[in-house]
Design a binder for this molecule. Structure first.
Ligand code: ATP
Ligand code: MN
Ligand code: MN
Length: 310
């Protein structure tokens, strides 16, 4: 009799049936508790949060930030397109008029497959799922200058929420795993293309900046940023990306871009609390963003309400 058995390469561990090699490789050598977060930990993180995360990634071209040697390693790349020796779990999406196919992650197994190649961050397009040309959400990326207190960012996010609310839009907040916050607005962009959507996002930011020019600016100029928050509307373009909610970040401490409720957007908010280690147990009872899919509002009406902005 022949007994079949699968011989795994040394150091490999299957996660959801996907082979994770060099499972012990530290990707975040010094995470919060001093223990490295390994490639296996990353794969298990995606397994734990994948059910929640998928709905914000599925059906959208999704760039990955790969750090195969970890966050202190030399190899770091922002990869948009599929390559050779690609896992068959990764969808290749062909965009009309573009030569190279884009990466798309349509299953939790696909997330494990990109963990296997060191994808520590996920950056999807902001289109409607499976409609790459159609805006699906706007992302307002609040980028404080290094000398700006985080409480200022918290205040700015709430002001932006109120302005969007006046325009008939529902917004959601997440930490970035970095210094800022993202305010995300699901939209129904019937008859609204990306250039129009981007102009709207810019105009919303201009209204905020005109109202409080000492606190905000809408131009990238680094030297003018001191003491102010750059209202980065540039995420709102056909091929532009923002980090996905629940994506880890390739930064010290293994932080995660954490979806939070507006009640949590307060002085006590500490983005560093949300990490690859802490988030899996929080996801099971996550209250934030549960009404995201009911939050879509017509963008054309919001544009109409805002009117022309100088
Ligand atoms: P932070 O709070 O530290 O600003 P962030 O994710 O908002 O975190 P940004 O530098 O403001 O970081 O970038 C905003 C978005 O722009 C990112 O989430 C990412 O999707 C996109 N981006 C950043 N760097 C690149 C890059 N090198 N190539 C393409 N897109 C990028
Ligand atoms: Mn930012
Ligand atoms: Mn930015």
């Amino acid at each position: 009799t022949v007994r079949a058995r699968v011989v795994m390469p040394r150091g490999s561990v299957p996660v959801m049936g996907v082979n994770v090699t060099h499972a012990d490789k530290p990707l975040w050598p010094d995470a919060d508790d001093g223990e490295p977060v390994t490639k296996l930990d990353l794969a298990r993180y995606y397994e734990a949060v994948g059910g929640w995360l998928m709905r914000h990634v599925e059906g959208r071209p999704c760039s990955i930030v790969r750090m195969p040697d970890g966050i202190d390693g030399h190899q770091k790349f922002f990869q948009r397109h599929t390559g050779q020796n690609q896992s068959s779990l990764i969808t290749e999406v062909i965009i009309p008029g573009e030569r190279e196919p884009y990466i798309e992650l349509d299953s939790v197994e696909a997330l494990i497959a990109v963990a296997q190649v060191g994808a520590v961050e996920l950056h999807p397009w902001n289109c409607q799922p499976f409609e790459p040309e159609r805006p699906g959400r706007l992302v307002f990326d609040l980028d404080p200058a290094p000398d700006v207190d985080f409480t200022e960012v918290v205040t700015a996010a709430k002001e932006l929420r109120d302005l969007l609310d006046l325009l008939g839009l529902v917004s959601f907040c997440k930490t970035t795993g970095g210094k800022g916050l993202h305010v995300v607005t699901p939209v129904l962009a019937e008859g609204v293309d990306w250039p129009t959507a981007k102009t709207f996002a810019r105009d919303v930011c201009r209204v905020m900046a005109a109202d409080a020019p000492t606190r905000f600016l809408t131009t990238m100029a680094k030297k003018e940023r001191t003491g102010r928050i750059f209202l980065d509307y540039l995420r709102n373009d056909r091929t532009a990306t923002a980090v996905a909610p629940l994506s880890p970040r390739g930064r010290p401490g293994a932080p995660v871009s954490m979806p939070i409720t507006w009640n949590q957007v307060n002085r006590g908010l500490d983005p560093a609390r949300y990490t690859v280690r802490t988030v899996p147990s929080l996801v099971r009872k996550l209250r934030a963003w549960t009404d995201y899919s009911d939050g879509e509002r017509p963008l054309a009406e919001a544009i109409e309400r805002l009117g022309p902005v100088r």
